[in-house]
Design a protein around this ligand. Structure first.
Ligand SMILES: Nc1ncnc2c1ncn2[C@@H]1O[C@H](COP(=O)(O)OP(=O)(O)OP(=O)(O)O)[C@@H](O)[C@H]1O
Ligand SMILES: [Mg+2]
Length: 312
């Protein structure tokens, strides 16, 4: 089972949203990690053939997906970032409708198909802790519940390729763990691709992460491989003075924690060189990886989100 992306590019007018992306997916969980506008949704839209690439192609088990026509859609489950659900439908009716649209009942005796789909829907509702809301109208559900209904429709029919655009956005911590566990289980024998901003999603479910920046695949690897790249680069420095000065001009500040005594700061920095003789080496985390690739340039030794009066 493989989904092969070859030199995919896509522009919207003058905006190059995806630039020459080549990657081969085999069963497992892949996280697309990148800031807003980095091309994650665009890439997913190409994968589900909602958009056509300007150049490049996608092969499913060696055959161009364009040649597979509708047969390709039968392999895909897709959870969009922004859902167009039907608010007046109940959850159960919506899922039944989606099963119909996906053609899961095609070519089978009506009654049997309905019973089988009904059973699958019940199982999915239970798995996603939605059983109590099966007969509630979608418009009465909270954002996190709607999110799980959208995940349920993506899982219908047990697709080979599962494409989830920010599946954990807006979920409370317990539901996020539930979704991650489902993703992990599905990835045992399927290709699961999820877009996320959350480093913790990557750490907990992804076999590999693809880092997208302005449409470019700038790095990819297992979480362990990515963290290893920063080995010897992450430090903490204690300072009573200006954090930016303590970190050094070439460093990127990851975090800035006031010390309990209130007299100084403990600054976590990414820097090729030891920022000061008493700087302590730290083990890199995925958070460090994210900020190394996507953090704002630390021209003045402070990352923008943490600018305080104490920064120079
Ligand atoms: N329909 C569109 N028309 C014009 N430009 C678009 C369209 N969709 C996306 N873009 C642009 O393409 C780039 C990539 O957008 P995309 O939605 O793929 O990013 P993303 O990584 O999914 O972002 P987010 O994290 O905010 O969901 C952005 O610069 C965006 O403004
Ligand atoms: Mg997006």
């Amino acid at each position: 089972m493989e989904l092969n992306c070859l030199h995919l590019s896509k522009s919207y007018g003058r905006i190059l949203a995806l630039n020459d992306l080549t990657f081969r997916f085999t069963p497992g969980a892949y996280a697309l990690l990148g800031p807003n506008g980095s091309g994650k949704t665009t890439f997913m839209n190409l994968l589900i053939r909602n958009l056509q690439p300007d150049s490049g192609e996608i092969l499913w088990n060696g055959t161009p997906v364009a040649a597979l026509k509708n047969a390709y859609f039968g392999h895909i489950g897709y959870m969009p970032q922004y859902s167009g659900m039907i608010p007046q439908f109940t959850v159960r009716r919506f899922l039944g409708y989606m099963a119909e649209l996906k053609g899961l009942n095609e070519g089978q005796p009506k009654k049997e198909a309905r019973t089988r789909t009904g059973r699958e829907i019940d199982e999915l509702l239970a798995e996603l802790e939605l059983t109590d809301y099966a007969d509630s109208r979608i418009r009465t559900l909270s954002g996190g519940m709607r999110q799980r209904v959208m995940l349920a429709q993506a899982l219908l029919g047990g697709p080979d390729i599962l494409i989830l655009d920010e599946p954990t956005a807006g979920l409370d911590p317990k539901q996020r763990i539930l979704v991650r566990n489902i993703v992990g289980r599905m990835a045992a024998n399927r290709i699961v691709i999820l877009a996320t901003h959350l480093v913790s999603d990557v750490a907990s479910v992804a076999n590999r992460a693809l880092l997208l920046h302005k449409g470019n695949l700038i790095e990819q690897g297992t979480p362990g491989e990515l963290m290893k790249k920063l080995d010897g680069w992450v430090w903490t420095v204690r300072t009573d003075g200006k954090p930016g000065k303590a970190a050094g001009p070439a460093a990127r500040i990851v975090s800035l924690l006031p010390e309990e005594s209130g007299n100084g700061f403990c600054v976590r920095v990414i820097s090729k060189d030891r920022p000061s003789p008493d700087a302590r080496p730290e083990t890199p985390t995925l958070e460090d990886v994210y900020l190394f690739f996507f953090g704002d340039p630390a021209e003045d030794g402070c990352i923008a989100s943490q600018k305080t009066d104490d920064c120079p």
